[in-house]
Design a protein around this ligand. Structure first.
Ligand code: SF4
Length: 469
């Protein structure tokens, strides 16, 4: 009788070409995304006089350094960043890659565009020189970030040597309460297992709460797998996945669709599949969350209080907490809802999809913001959809800076959108380490609805206390 296998094992085995003496497996790679920082890999490739093995499987999308105020020369922060963008475009043209260039309405953040275009499909292996490649696992793919020399290897061979990670299943049971979003669920998971809780593992998210999520919400969950230390995050494909993918430009069409769907239906983990680690979380215990420290594991419900390092018995841990507290400018015992915020960022590959923007609009409608806030759509198509739905009018009436061009923006702050030194930002992105959004920036990770509520009141506010329009 065949051994029961998990979703991860089924994909891994199907892509295994050979295994070496060191126990590493050579995997076939179905899709490869490149952004501006892939230039090292292209330099290596060209330096070795190699060509891209499968240009049709390789996608180039500038997103990190592109401005969001517009795409004219004057919108770039400087000539160096513009050169990085142009370099990617030149490499894509030279190697005849699929290019989503500056004048292409489909362009946006790689991890938003891939699923949106149907490039991301169940059962595939997807890589990119970017840690948040884990996002694509939401559609039942095995997707992970790789380093520059690996990018060069994939460009040249469409294969990659990898040690086989362990498997972990995180089951979210019960039912989400009103006001609790996918962002709150993943922050609660990371708070529960810790920022290193998934190290060396591929996480499969499962259970009734995960199954009830839309694809946009699943993308938010898998996006942050890397913040739990995991190699990748995945969710089994189901009816929600198939209906999301149907008729997307890069999805199979006609008879090919039937074949693909029948294969996709064979992918979910067998009922008796075993995992190296199992974790269960009850959704009833999850509330709207806010991170307070410099790791996503430093997270509390919005009604919580900042921890007191003096109560910590482990002195090493006490030092770490003191440092976090100092950097974030917080005091022990402070009520989260009393923390005043300087600015708000709604965007990034975690939360810049249409459902995120609708969530933000439901709070901002007929209200005015009291602190600066920018909203950056994840792709040009999301921007167009939001404008068709009139969300831009809601944002602008509230006083929000609705950006015309998609990109990573204030998530990483390398395109000119950054948080000033010492400022506190409520951000829907995924990383809150020191300086992530700019030198001295203090980042608090929240959901789009929580970010919008904070923009209105100027301090962290329980979104459940605000009427949603
Ligand atoms: S939005 Fe942020 S996390 Fe996502 S790819 Fe861009 S820089 Fe990385």
């Amino acid at each position: 009788m065949a051994q029961p296998r998990s979703l991860f094992e089924k994909i891994w085995e199907r892509h295994s070409i050979t295994t070496n003496e060191a126990g590493q497996t050579l995997l076939f790679i179905d899709r490869h995304f490149c952004h501006e920082l892939s230039f090292h890999a292209f330099n290596m490739l060209h330096g070795n006089d190699r060509k891209v093995r499968h240009p049709e499987r390789t996608f180039a999308i500038p997103d990190h350094y592109t401005p969001t105020t517009g795409l004219d020369d004057a919108d770039y922060v400087d000539g160096d960043t513009q050169a990085l963008v142009q370099n990617l475009i030149n490499n894509a043209k030279r190697n005849k890659l699929n290019l989503f260039g500056l004048d292409d309405e489909r362009r946006g953040i790689i991890h938003v565009v891939g699923p949106e275009q149907g490039i991301t499909q169940p059962g595939t292996i997807i890589v990119c020189g970017d840690s948040h490649t884990s996002t694509h696992g939401a559609l039942g793919a095995l997707a992970f970030g790789i380093g520059a020399s690996d990018v060069s290897h994939v460009l040249a061979t469409q294969t990659l040597w990898q040690p086989k990670p362990k498997s972990m299943r995180v089951t979210v049971s019960g039912k989400r309460s009103i006001g609790v979003t996918a962002k709150d669920v993943i922050l609660a998971i990371i708070g529960h297992i810790g920022a290193a809780g998934g190290t060396g593992h591929v996480i499969e998210y499962a259970g009734p709460v995960i199954e009830s999520l839309s694809v946009d919400e699943r993308l938010t969950i898998c996006n942050m797998s890397i913040e739990a230390g995991a190699r990748a995050g995945m969710i089994a494909p189901d009816e929600e996945t198939y209906s999301y993918l149907r008729d997307r430009p890069f999805a199979p069409q006609g008879a090919e669709w039937e074949k693909a769907e029948s294969f996709w239906r064979s992918l979910p983990s067998d009922s008796d599949a075993e995992f190296d680690r199992e974790v269960t979380l009850d959704a009833a215990s999850i509330e709207p969350m806010v991170t307070w420290g410099t790791s996503p594991e430093d997270v509390l419900p919005v009604g919580g209080r900042i921890p007191d390092p003096a109560l910590e018995t482990d002195t090493k841990r006490q030092d770490i907490l003191n440092r976090k507290m100092d950097y974030m400018g917080l005091t022990p015992g402070q009520q989260i809802s009393d923390i005043k915020v300087d600015r708000v960022f709604i965007g990034s590959c975690t939360n810049s999809r249409i459902e995120d923007l609708r969530d933000a609009a439901s709070i901002l409608k007929n209200r005015t913001i009291s602190i600066p806030a920018i909203i950056v759509p994840g792709s040009g198509l999301i921007r167009a959809q939001a404008e068709q739905e009139g969300l831009d009018k809601i944002f602008e009436a509230a006083g929000v800076d609705w950006r015309p061009a998609a990109g990573c923006s204030m998530c990483i702050g390398v395109n000119g959108d950054f948080v000033n030194n010492g400022e506190r930002c409520a951000s829907t992105s995924n990383r809150n380490f020191e300086g992530r959004q700019g030198r001295g920036a203090r980042t608090h990770l929240v959901s789009p609805a929580m970010a919008a509520a904070t923009a209105v009141t100027g301090h962290f506010t329980d979104v459940r206390d605000m009427e949603q329009n």
